[in-house]
Design a binder for this molecule. Sequence first.
Ligand code: HEM
Length: 401
Amino acid sequence: MGTRMTFVTEEEGINVFLKSKEVNFELAVQNPVYRTASIPKNTFLTLHEKLYIMIKGKLGTFNLYQLTGQLTEELHEQLENLGTHGTMKLNNLVRHLLYPVTMNIFFKKGLFPTDKRKIKEFYQHFQAYDEGFEYGSQMPECLLRNWSKSKKWLLALFEKTIPDIKTYKSVKNNSTTLMQAMLDIIETERKEEESPNYGLLILWASLSNAVPVASWTLAFILSHPTVHETILEGISSVFGTAGKDKIKVSEDDLKKLPLIKWCILEAIRLRAPGVITRKVLKPVKILNYTVPSGDLLMLSPFWLHRNPKYFPEPELFKPERWKKANLEKHAFLDWFLAFGSGKYQCPGRWFALLQIQICIILILYKYDCRLLDPLPKQNPLHLVGVQQPEGQCRIEFKQRK
Ligand code: HEM
């Protein structure tokens, strides 16, 4: 639709994408941000770097472990609502856990509705917004009636709740939530009329990839019996065998269970975002081509992760390949680009890994789980963000005795 895109697939092009000063993140995403969250260009460009630095700091490895206790508590609360046994679509089970946990932690405790009708309404609108995000980021809103309705519903929700978020004070500690810290920056720049729009944007960023990644990780673990067994043994050795206790999970406990983190990273490698993008500011030369300014440069982490030169036997789920990564020093494997790269690499990556680790530990500690369907295929239509499953995948869970 009038946008020129150049895809880089070879090392030389990838290096230009990752290192050239002539390609720009902000100008590549500004238009999609305008279409999906109605944030005007000047507001976006004024606030972007300040917000990014704050989010990166708050969710970076130095501060992150302050959230472990809260994450565990919130997840226990949501697991309690699942009861002692049941069968659900795997995706829905993960949504049931991560939607409220993320809302309550990033915005304000108790923000996620508890009334059944309101929860259903939230699910319906967030899912419609998320599923249509890719189209919404490219097309005029007037062509996407239902998507637009859900976008407006979510914006109205934030408009209503922002005064409460602003005045909320945690009883347990003095720290501000992520959204409160964002509001401080937005207000300092006198852009408060755009606060609900930022609420919507950060809600989408924090859930759209984390939910499918948690589902894929569980699906991979449950469909690889040896991995599943080893993880269960690890969990029993750290937390004991009973499934009823409200266990606490510490940073040290997580270090004793590296296989879970490797499984998450391997699931992300295999289902990585279809594309990430940069705008070309001045013509750049790649091999024999000159890519003109104004083009979007596109790189596919999904495709790159299937290159056997970088990832031997790339199609196989092999969590042990992550043994080689220096995760203690917060480094991933070379050529792993699921979180993007450079100045504006995903600032939520360490939070996502922590949240999913605790989520998986608590599910597998509390319940005996099995999949009732084979591992689903990935839907090839999704380019923005992590691949979605195609077809149904149900999970059966029974409380361990
Ligand atoms: C496994 C889950 C996740 C994946 C795979 C993922 C992936 C990505 C990718 C590929 C980008 C673009 C980076 C680039 O182009 O270089 C990005 C940006 C971003 N992510 Fe994540 N992400 C995940 C979870 C999260 C979470 C939990 C948050 C929570 C706050 C988050 C917040 C953001 C934000 C705010 C940006 C935009 C950064 C900017 O504007 O500069 N992400 N993410």
